[in-house]
Design a protein around this ligand. Structure first.
Ligand code: PMP
Length: 548
């Protein structure tokens, strides 16, 4: 590959500025060549424009020869230089993924270079074919960010290599977060690809964002052009001196802490219903929340500042959260739990873990019964049923077991009169509780589904859309099952359906009456599980009306 063909003509022929330090590189003598102040204050002299000492240390740490290293004012400088060296304004273009780090596009805009983006897949993986099809004869740069900001996902190196082999321009691989990644750096492959530029930075794992020190690694020729085009004294003496200290710090120990904290925070946030945490190869987490603007504001009220990324492509509802110190992470977790926990239908009670929002309690007291129902659609407490009717309890137990909801039912009814009131009122209270716990129904799947069971076939079709329709076709041949009259099952489901405001179509057939009843409760549980489940990718209300 002829790299020279990719370099802008004005840059190829550029005669770089020659500094006083370029012309005389010795360390001792009386320096009267650079019009500096002679009075020593620690920074009265210009810095070494070639950053030899710092590059020597970086070379030793990274295992890359000095002539393959560029050091700049953050990796942002290197990004800008890529455009200035390779892209003719209004002629060439650059291609990147979306979402990705914003400076690739901003630097393109500043340099008047067309910037094209390819949307990543839903799981933030990259489709190589899609990326390459965005490229044409004018494409000089492809920016790959791995691990990517803000998705936190790393590209497999095999995919990067595939792109390097197929693309006839420059591939800029931004490895700003590589120290936190399970995918290894591509640095050892640098020699094999003349069109590869790898960016790294001291701003992340090295803990030196304030120094503004970024690195680019590439072939000698490319680094030669970086050195030609950069400002002569692009890294100052104070930063270079501080970099010495930063480079001797125990970075690996800090990275280990960040990685274990990342796992801890990710697990804790994932356990909070309504939150979805994307896998991370970086020192931050991308977290999908029910309402990013509201959550951002509530975290801010608690003094915690995160980055709202919900307007970036593919990131609807997402906040980007940097992993802090263990104490800062504790504060973050407490804030999330507090916000989502206190936003629920009832205050924290009876040992329900903080952070659950889709739960409700209903107390229904009449002259005939006293029913208490407590439900959490996302689990979270031990379920139990105690209605005084053994067979009914057995049936109610099927609901939490097969739906994943947590359900507590306690009923004291006039069983001395009949089973009717107890079964009916449990149905009503349970329906009300489910409706309440569903809240605004954001993100729910809405529909249930059909399934076969044992010798019976039970289908329970459910739509939580808000309209009531009840159909029942379950031919019992016995009058009683245990202590419950079989006619009461229809009445239970009808009462619940009306209180819950849903469509419920129940159909079952089979020989054994016990199985028949049980299969209906199990199918109901499965349908409920499917219908109340939240889709982590979508927090809209599942209706074209926008409300349910
Ligand atoms: N690349 C990526 C992917 C980043 O996220 C950032 C900072 N947010 C940078 C580069 C910038 O690094 P620097 O501080 O070295 O300019």
């Amino acid at each position: 590959m002829d790299i020279y063909k990719l370099i802008r003509k004005n840059i190829l022929g550029l005669e770089p500025y020659s500094t006083a330090r370029d012309e005389y590189g010795g360390q001792v003598g009386i320096f009267l060549d650079a019009n500096e102040s002679p009075f020593d204050n620690g920074f009265n002299r210009y810095p070494d424009p070639a950053q030899k000492s710092l590059k020597g240390k970086v070379a030793a740490i990274k295992g890359v020869p000095v002539e393959n290293i560029f050091i700049g004012n953050g990796s942002d400088e290197a990004i800008d230089l890529c455009y200035r060296i390779f892209c003719e304004p209004r002629v060439n273009n650059a291609v990147a993924m979306a979402p990705t780090y914003g400076m690739y596009g901003v630097a393109a805009g500043i340099n008047d270079v067309e910037f094209r983006q390819v949307l990543l897949n839903e799981d933030f993986s990259l489709d190589t074919g899609k990326l390459l099809s965005k490229c044409d004869a004018g494409t000089r740069l492809i920016f790959l960010c791995s691990p990517n900001n803000p998705s936190a996902r790393a590209l497999p190196n095999s995919q990067v290599e595939d792109i390097l082999q197929k693309f006839e321009g420059i591939v800029v691989l931004d490895e700003a977060y590589i120290d936190f990644s399970s995918v290894p750096s591509m640095l050892p492959e640098l020699d094999r690809y003349p069109n590869l530029i790898i960016l790294q930075t001291f701003s992340k794992a090295w803990g030196a964002a304030g120094l503004r020190l970024g690195m680019a690694f590439a072939s000698r020729q490319i680094i030669g052009y970086f050195s030609k085009v950069k400002y002569p004294y692009n890294v100052d003496v104070v930063s270079m001196r501080a970099a010495d200290a930063a480079l001797s710090a125990d970075v690996a120990a800090k990275v280990r802490i960040t990685l274990s904290e990342r796992a801890r925070v990710s697990d804790a946030l994932s356990a909070i219903p309504g939150l979805f945490v994307y896998p991370s190869d970086a020192n931050f987490l991308l977290v999908k929340v029910p309402d990013a603007d509201v959550m951002y504001g509530k975290l801010l009220e608690r003094g915690i500042i995160v980055r709202n990324r919900s307007n970036m492509p593919g990131c609807a509802g997402c906040l980007r959260v940097t992993i802090g110190t263990p104490a800062e992470n504790d504060a973050l977790l407490a804030a999330f739990a507090g916000i989502l926990g206190s936003g629920g239908t009832v205050p924290e009670a009876e040992g329900l873990p903080a952070g659950f929002s889709r739960w409700a309690e209903v107390r229904r007291k009449t002259g005939e019964t006293d029913v208490y129902v407590r439900i959490c659609l996302d689990g979270g407490f031990e379920s139990s049923s105690d209605t005084g009717l053994k067979f009914f309890d057995h049936m109610l137990d099927q609901i939490p077991r097969h739906s994943g909801v947590a359900l507590k039912v306690k009923a004291a009814g006039d069983l001395d009169v009949d089973e009717h009131h107890t079964v009916e009122d449990v149905g009503i209270a349970l329906g009300e509780a489910i409706g309440k716990a569903l809240g605004d129904k954001r993100g729910i799947e809405r529909y249930g589904f059909v399934l076969p069971m044992d010798d019976c076939e039970a289908s329970v079709l459910m739509d939580l859309g808000g309209r009531i329709d009840f159909e029942w076709d379950v031919p019992f041949t016995r009058e009683y099952l245990g202590d419950v009259p079989t006619e009461m099952f229809r009445h239970f489901f009808k009462s619940m359906c009306e209180a819950m405001k849903c469509n419920l179509h129940v159909k079952a057939s089979g020989e054994n009456n016990h199985h028949l009843a049980e299969s209906v409760f199990k199918a109901f549980a499965k349908a409920l599980r499917a219908a109340v489940r939240r889709d982590a990718w979508n927090y809209d209300v599942p209706s074209s009306k926008g409300t349910l």
